[in-house]
Design a protein around this ligand. Structure first.
Ligand code: SF4
Ligand code: SF4
Length: 467
């Protein structure tokens, strides 16, 4: 058992990785896909096709609309039927491109073979251009454009690339499966990212409840072909896969409030992102597929799956293919039970970052009537960011913005450890999420006001100089 872990808080939910033995299956194509233009952090992409256009799989259909944005590609071949708003999993309208599927024809220049390409390009800019052009974004949850994350700002140097293979959320097994099934491609993806980052060391962190994945990576590394890369077994502890928690566990460094991993010399990427980087750079294949887990405590073994899906497949199509929504499912979640989002709309479609279709029974949802805070302090003990969730809850209800900022509500990583540990079943995660939103909104407004005041003062001083 590994003792390597982060230093503050954390909880020990049962891992419930009941789908771990199920090899990845390829989902058949649906009749229609709806591809979202907002599958990444930052500005939604701008559609560059028109209704009636014929498209091929891997063809660009959306262009980035800002520095923090990403290309979106068609995942299928067919005809564009409509472009317009459609509800996402939360029920919010988002611009989508509807494509009626016809055959499975791919755009020119994409290597679809399963041959592993080991020789890594030496040109850093070529690598970054390929990652950008193929729409790669972080698949660990944040969906931040990867080419931006691999370009540290002037004055910042990457000292360590950390590959996140922790998959600490209970139930999820998609990262585990690709670590077993696409091991060498993931390692090559890490080698590519090391090259971009100036050949800094790379540590692949994997929780010790996945010994087969650790052994698979060790076997690839034993070939001696991938210098500078090592695997580090991590203690099974939630949220081991949190960016700041991984940096703490691997590098023993703390990212300050409001800071970025690169401030302490770290760049963190998920193992699924590493696979996407491999495909983008070595195969020129855009990010149009990913693996998701169909799982939950109300499914029997025959209905557990890890599926390779094309982005834009409706969740309802996947649910139906997997056998339908099980009886007794009280809640359907996209993501894990700790941080995932409840699916309000099963007609929503998969996006680049989709990781699961999780069916939880009433019992597993831990839905109880909330009691009163008994000031036990368990939520504060569990918080991996060192916050006091009971206090954030109180300050939020009192609408005390200054108090929320002073109590660092903006540092919450929305991990749900407070909710998990509260004996009074107070829905702390809902409150702290909203508290964080209020604190961050206020901090942004203050920063904008300070910038405007500084610019006004500069303009006024330049006017005075001219007089
Ligand atoms: S959700 Fe936020 S407040 Fe609650 S434990 Fe996680 S970081 Fe702390
Ligand atoms: S864990 Fe729940 S009951 Fe205990 S202090 Fe926190 S909010 Fe109150």
């Amino acid at each position: 058992m590994s003792k390597v872990t982060f230093s503050i808080g954390g909880v020990h939910p049962a891992d419930a990785k009941i789908a771990r033995a199920h090899a990845t299956e390829v989902l058949p194509l649906p009749p229609t896909v709806w591809i979202s233009m907002a599958q990444h952090l930052g500005a939604p992409a701008t559609p560059v096709v028109a209704v009636g256009d014929k498209v091929k799989a891997g063809q660009v259909i959306g262009e980035p609309a800002g520095f923090i944005s990403a290309f979106v590609h068609s995942s299928v071949s067919g005809t564009v039927k409509s472009i317009g708003p459609r509800k996402d999993i939360a029920g919010n309208p988002v611009n989508h491109i509807e494509i009626e599927v016809e055959g499975d024809e791919w755009a020119e220049g994409i290597d679809l073979s399963t041959d592993i390409v080991r020789e890594i390009p030496s040109d850093r800019q070529f690598i970054l251009d390929r990652i950008k052009a193929n729409g790669v974004v972080g698949l660990g949850g944040a969906t931040f454009p990867t080419h931006v994350k691999l370009s540290p700002p002037p004055g910042k140097v990457a000292e360590c690339l950390i590959l996140n293979g922790a998959e600490c959320e209970p139930y999820l097994t998609s990262d585990f499966r690709i670590l077993l099934e696409r091991t060498e491609e993931i390692v090559i993806g890490a080698a590519i990212m090391r090259r971009v980052l100036g050949d800094c060391p790379c540590v692949i962190g994997i929780e010790d409840n996945k010994p087969e994945a650790i052994a698979a990576v060790r076997e690839v590394l034993a070939s001696g072909s991938y210098e500078g890369i090592s695997v580090l077994p991590l203690k099974k502890m939630y949220p081991q896969g949190g960016e700041k928690q991984l940096i703490d566990a691997v590098m023993h460094r703390q990212v300050r409030s409001g800071g970025l991993p690169i401030d302490v010399g770290a760049v963190v990427q998920n193992v699924a992102t590493s696979l996407a980087v491999y495909e983008a750079v070595q195969k020129n294949k855009p990010l149009v597929t990913n693996v998701l887990t169909v799982t939950g405590d109300c499914l029997d073994d025959a209905h557990l799956h890890n599926y390779l899906f094309r982005i834009g497949m409706p969740l309802s199509y996947i649910a139906q293919y997997a056998g339908g929504v099980p009886e007794g499912a009280a809640k359907i979640i996209s993501g894990g039970p700790m941080m995932g989002k409840a699916i309000a709309n099963l007609d929503a479609t998969t996006v680049k970052g989709s990781s699961s279709l999780l069916y939880l029974s009433e019992k597993a949802t831990r839905r109880h009537e909330a009691g009163y805070c008994i000031r036990c302090g368990r939520c504060a003990d569990a918080c991996p960011m060192g916050l006091e969730p009971f206090l954030l809850n109180r300050l939020y209800k009192a609408d005390d913005l200054d108090g929320l900022i002073a109590a660092s509500a903006q540092d919450c990583i929305e991990c749900g450890c407070c909710l998990y540990s509260c004996p009074a079943y107070i829905p702390l995660l809902d409150f702290v999420r909203q508290a964080k939103g209020r604190a961050m909104g206020e901090l942004r407004a203050r920063a904008a006001a300070a910038k405007a005041a500084a610019e006004a003062a500069k303009a006024s001083s330049s006017d005075n100089d001219k007089k």
